[in-house]
Design a protein around this ligand. Structure first.
Ligand code: NAP
Length: 244
């Protein structure tokens, strides 16, 4: 599919992978809504960068774990752009504890409510418009941890494995309506998500001897958005660290 003039909503678009993805869609000729929660100034910078590319952009505050905030966000985006053609479920949080003996019920709920329920909340709100127009792309940012189990504990791995199951089930449900549903499963990526020490260790574990750049994840997301026939797919982007 030609991406030019499509309207894109990226959750967690203020930093890291979301920011790289927002700029990549703008460079393809799309208008982009940049969702954020805490990083208002950074989201506004992304908006400016997109405007400098020559496309329209808005920054929209919402906590993806709260359905009512997602409703307001989707209304704002539709008011600005008229519709949402592409949704990138990217917002996510990294665990504070890795061991099951240390993860509290609150931390479990916090991670699952953002990384998994957040995707459900926003997707549920954008799907009716996509079904009506018989056109849509839903792409979620899962993780290597959702496939391999990873090294950062059960809550994060369960949230990302959940996102992969969500993607596969929804792909089959929405295929008759011209909507594709896919995910990317990055290994460690060079963003603020990980500490410098974690990144150094992760690079040593990679057959390529390095971690990913955010632009490499954005590139795979664009590829999935452009393709009409790939659906239910989860693309590994990890330099060979995990292969399935
Ligand atoms: P990041 O630089 O820490 O950015 C996280 C983004 O998520 C920020 O824009 C943040 O917005 C947003 N966010 C967090 N909680 C939110 C909430 N409740 N509602 C709305 N937005 C929220 O991390 P990143 O590396 O780009 O990660 C993006 C995605 O990639 C995550 O889903 C992560 O699990 C996944 N991933 C990352 C890696 C990695 O190594 N970096 C590897 C695999 C998968 P504010 O700053 O505005 O609050």
């Amino acid at each position: 599919m030609e991406l030019r003039d499509l309207k894109v909503l990226i959750t967690g678009g203020s930093r890291g992978i979301g920011k790289a993805t927002a700029l990549a869609f703008a460079n393809k000729g799309c208008d982009v809504a940049v969702n954020y929660l805490h990083s208002a100034a950074k989201a506004k910078e992304v908006v400016k960068e997109i405007e400098n590319i020559g496309r329209r952009a808005i920054a929209v505050k919402a906590d993806v774990s709260i359905l009512q905030e997602c409703e307001r966000m989707v209304e704002q985006v539709i008011e600005a752009f008229g519709r949402i053609d592409v949704l990138v479920n990217n917002a996510g949080v990294f665990p504070k504890h890795f061991k099951i003996t240390e993860i509290t019920e609150e931390e479990w709920d916090w991670i699952l409510s953002i990384n998994l329920k957040g995707a459900f909340n926003v997707t549920k709100l954008v799907v009716p418009g996509m079904v009506k127009r018989r056109l849509g792309r839903i792409i979620s940012v899962a993780s290597i941890a959702g496939k391999s189990g990873g090294t950062v504990g059960v809550a994060y791995a369960a949230s990302k494995a959940g996102l992969i199951g969500f993607t596969r089930a929804l792909a089959r449900e929405l295929a008759p309506y011209g909507i594709t549903v896919n995910a990317v499963a990055p290994g460690p990526v060079d963003t603020d998500f990980l500490t410098p020490e974690f990144k150094t260790k992760a690079a040593k574990l990679s057959p390529q001897g390095r971690i990913a750049r955010p632009e490499e994840i954005a590139h795979a997301i664009i590829f999935l958005a452009e393709n009409d026939h790939i659906t239910g797919e989860v693309i590994n982007i990890n330099g060979g660290r995990y292969v399935d």
